[in-house]
Design a protein around this ligand. Sequence first.
Ligand code: FES
Length: 83
Amino acid sequence: MHLDQLSSIDDLYVVCECAHVTYKEILDAIKAGNCDMESLMDATNAGMGCKKCRSKEYDPADERAIHLDEILALAKAEGLCKD
Ligand code: FES
């Protein structure tokens, strides 16, 4: 996943199927200051079920198109997080 792919994910893509959290909801939570995994999961309820959306480590079959850790890393690289 590269920086230019950040914008290629549809806003309505469901990043977390367990909690039905969309990509836009994840990005909005990051923009609101939830710039680490724990905070992001608390704010959105994403990643609390099967964990496959957290990272590839939990998703060996690559069922999710993008994972929370990748979105966080890309968002930081894009300057969405102040830290
Ligand atoms: S897909 Fe996010 S916890 Fe299951």
